[in-house]
Design a protein around this ligand. Structure first.
Ligand code: NAG
Ligand code: NAG
Ligand code: NAG
Ligand code: NAG
Length: 758
């Protein structure tokens, strides 16, 4: 026996001259404290030292190790405190060469291409030097009794997982709990996930796998998470006692796709006409808010000629504050240009109707899902879309009124490149006079004359698991401008909440904001209490934003979201970042695709629609609700005021007469909310100003904003706030009609407001 063993030992030996630059290092002990080489290749009965070296070399590794005659391992360093064994214990012949030593039981014949071998110590859990306020907690089981992942958000990184990297990613997206598993899987979630999955700490020794990107630290184990939590409050979501409430408002007659408050204080509803679910519809109705208790009189039937489904809309700065709707569903409708001048008054029917004539007036390019914007110079920018329903991109922009001469639409490569994830791009005029555009997960600033890109902004952060999540249709989020306060010298902030991933349909649970015009502009992320695609955000008169509607998962489109998000939120930009969101009330009505939210003149918010076209149980939703914000449910009477003049010039002084009930003019505020039109929760034209004012008794002088960059020409709802409580609004126009839209379009079958004062 003794004789035989000695004989075997001399029969095998390391290869003295392996293929250059490889050299033999030593016989190492494997598995004393865990595997010492990272990657094990498939067993090979024909293994030789040369074949293993070739395989590891091809993988780009600098170490090759042979074990047990037929196993080949590759790595760049040895881990788990590898120590050298007695050379005589690497005594097994290679499967493919009886003369070569290929390790032994738990012994590795190690070769190196660099001439040296780095050995890392036995890894330990990383407990100090953690980013932010992260703290080590211990080892946690995953998938307890098949209950699913302890934490919902999984990021796999086969080669580069580190504790610091995982923790930083989780907290950057607002997750205060993190676990790392099996060396290469990072999970982000909440501390409450532990209880939900029955996960309680297990012995630390259960977590025994080295991190794929950090050879000296532990990253969980098999079904085991190295668990960390954030020490402190990462998301300071408020749960106020006074939440306001949803209330049923009026039975609807259609599911509106475009909802617009007119200067007649009535609400225009326009629905998909021609492709409607309801053959009894004429496509357009107007809601008289003063008659909601008399269903037979509250809706006025109106008429459109083409299908507005998938159009964009703005309120024009002309004397009549006409609603302009551009684009549409298919063929001729995609070229649609439609106008309505709101008339009548509460309780008194108007007689105006939608006007359109495809033969006379149309867009240069057909557009399905375009956006529109009244520019500072008073003309209208129409941008993007596709040539028809889910068709080829229409990556161009054009101006209305259409300039004379040949085609003047312009190709935008960035729209072409990001189709089909850039529909209803977010458009805003910036205080510099340039134009912000947000589309998919990108944003840039355009020159308002040439439409060339002036500045490319960083990409918007997506979800914690994917940078490929987006913010515009179909991964629909929504964008607003935060309020601008006199003297309007602070940089303007754009806030975008919600969205989704166009492929995975995982909805986003965050808002991001940026000041696009500051140097080195960066997105700042705030987590929301729940995921939401298709959110609507409504500016309230106190400068806060109501967030409602949408779904916990999916994307915009028919039947593409099924888990409604019923919870209203309030976003208050006057609070510090991370402390701005309050959780308000829940509705009982699923508001999915084609739902809208619209500020009413009395400070309530009208909530309409849902047009999912299946699957059950989500109906075509006709019921109209209102949200009564907390500022109206504190038992305070609303203040009131009158305005002497309605046609304001930039920088002018205008008199209002106020009646307050709680406070004095010393703690009064004045706010102005731009007229908008909302489709798929895109409030085109939205903007909020808090102008300067001074009072003498109950007579106050409001200073109009200084120029068309701070405040593009248009109509505004003016409110006064008595402490927290807003008045009803009065309409004013600021900046006139510099684009002379009142004389457009000059065709006999269009009614023109003309150019006089209002
Ligand atoms: C059309 O019919 C539906 C019921 O099928 C009804 O709910 C809706 O109010 C009607 N709309 C109009 C405009 O009459
Ligand atoms: C307004 O006109 C509609 C018809 O479109 C009618 O049903 C309604 O009763 C009228 N309302 C008033 C207040 O006259
Ligand atoms: C637009 O994008 C398509 C698809 O990527 C590409 O084939 C085409 O060349 C682009 N058009 C232009 C004018 O760049
Ligand atoms: C506004 O700017 C656009 C783009 O340069 C231009 O086409 C349009 O004619 C301008 N409108 C006015 C009223 O100057």
């Amino acid at each position: 026996m003794l004789e035989g063993r000695d004989t075997a030992a001399v029969l095998v030996s390391p290869v003295a001259n392996p293929p250059a630059p490889w050299t033999y290092s030593a016989c190492y002990v494997d598995n004393a404290f865990g595997r010492v080489m990272a990657t094990e290749l498939d067993d090979n009965q024909g293994l030789t030292v040369e074949s293993c070296i070739a395989a590891c070399s091809a993988r780009g590794n600098t170490l090759a190790g042979m074990e047990f005659g037929v196993q080949c391992f590759c790595a760049n360093a040895l881990t788990n405190g590898a120590v050298k064994g007695d050379e005589g214990t690497c005594n097994m012949a290679c499967g493919g060469n009886a003369g070569e030593a290929c390790g032994g039981p738990n012994r590795l014949s190690v070769y190196t291409s660099t001439g040296s071998v780095t050995v890392f110590p036995v890894p330990t859990p990383l407990k100090t030097g953690l980013p932010g306020q992260w703290a080590y907690q211990g080892c946690l089981p995953d998938n307890v009794n098949g209950s699913g992942r302890t934490f919902p958000n999984q990021i796999i990184n086969v080669n580069d997982t580190t504790v610091q990297g995982c923790l930083s990613q989780c907290s950057a997206f607002g997750y205060p709990a993190a676990g790392i598993e099996f060396g290469q899987e990072c999970y982000c979630g909440d501390v409450s996930d532990l209880a939900e999955h029955g996960a309680t700490l297990v012995p630390e020794s259960d977590c025994n796998v080295v991190c794929s990107g950090d050879p000296v630290h532990i990253c969980g184990g098999s079904n085991r998470l190295t668990y960390y939590s954030w020490n402190g409050t990462l998301n300071d979501w408020k749960t106020p006692a006074n939440t306001g409430r949803y209330e049923f408002f009026v039975p609807g007659v259609v599911v509106p796709l475009l909802v617009t408050l007119g200067i007649n204080n009535k609400v225009s509803f326009v629905e998909k006409f021609g492709t409607s679910e309801f053959p009894n519809s004429t496509g357009a109705y107007e809601l008289d808010l003063s008659l909601v208790n008399d269903f037979s009189r509250t809706w006025r039937e109106m008429h459109v000629k083409s299908d507005v489904f998938c159009s964009g809309a703005v309120v024009l700065p002309d004397r009549s504050a006409r609603h302009l709707v551009v684009g549409g569903w298919s063929l001729d409708s995609t070229f649609g240009v439609r106008l309505y001048a709101p008339d009548g008054s509460p309780g008194v029917n108007g007689t105006n109707d939608w006007e359109e004539n495809f033969q006379e007036l149309k867009l240069q390019r057909g557009r399905w899902y375009p956006s529109a914007l009244v520019m500072s110079n008073g003309s209208v920018l129409v941008i993007g879309g596709e040539v028809g329903s889910n068709g080829a991109p229409e990556p161009t922009l054009e101006v209305l009124p259409t300039p004379a001469g040949g085609p003047t639409y312009l190709f935008m490569d960035w729209l072409n490149r990001t189709d089909p994830n850039n529909l209803y791009p977010f458009l805003h005029m910036l205080p510099s006079g340039n134009i912000f555009v947000g589309y998919y997960n990108e944003a840039r600033i355009l020159n308002p004359v040439t439409f060339d890109t002036i500045k490319t902004l960083p990409n918007m952060p997506g979800s914690v698991v994917s940078a490929g999540a987006g913010r515009t249709y179909p991964a629909e989020g929504t964008a607003v401008l935060l309020p601008q306060h006199a003297p309007y010298t602070d940089p303007l902030t754009i806030l975008i909440c919600g969205g989704s991933h166009p492929d995975t349909h995982i909805a986003l649970d965050n808002c991001v904001h940026i000041q696009p015009e500051v140097d080195n502009a960066q997105w700042v992320l705030e987590r929301m209490p729940s995921q939401r695609v298709m959110p609507c955000m409504v500016t309230l008169p106190d400068g806060t934003f109501l967030i409602v509607n949408g779904a916990h998962q999916g994307v915009a489109g028919f039947g593409l979201a099924t888990d409604p998000n019923l919870q209203a939120l309030l976003y208050d930009p006057s609070q510090p970042v991370g402390s701005r969101i309050s959780i308000l009330s829940d509705t009982i009505v699923a508001r999915l695709y084609h739902s809208e939210a619209t500020l009413l003149p009395d400070g309530r918010v009208l909530i309409s629609g849902s047009d999912p076209q299946g699957p059950p149980p989500f109906p075509e939703e006709m019921r109209v609700e209102v949200y009564i914000p907390p500022y109206l449910t504190q038992g305070f009477a609303q203040p009131s005021f009158t305005v002497d003049e309605k046609d304001w010039q930039y920088g002018g002084s205008y008199t209002i007469h106020v009646t307050l009930h709680q406070g004095t003019t010393a703690n009064m505020r004045v706010s102005m909310i731009a007229a908008t039109s909302s489709t798929v929760c895109n409030s085109m034209g939205m903007r909020t100003l808090f102008p300067e004012f001074s009072c003498n008794g109950n007579t106050c002088t409001v200073i109009a904003p200084p120029n068309a960059f701070v405040s593009p020409p248009g109509w505004w709802q003016v409110f006064v706030l008595d402490g927290p409580t807003p008045s009803h609004s009065n309409w004013v126009r600021i900046g006139g009609d510099p684009g002379q839209l009142g004389n457009w379009p000059n065709f006999p079958d269009f009614t023109l407001p003309g150019m006089g004062p209002v």
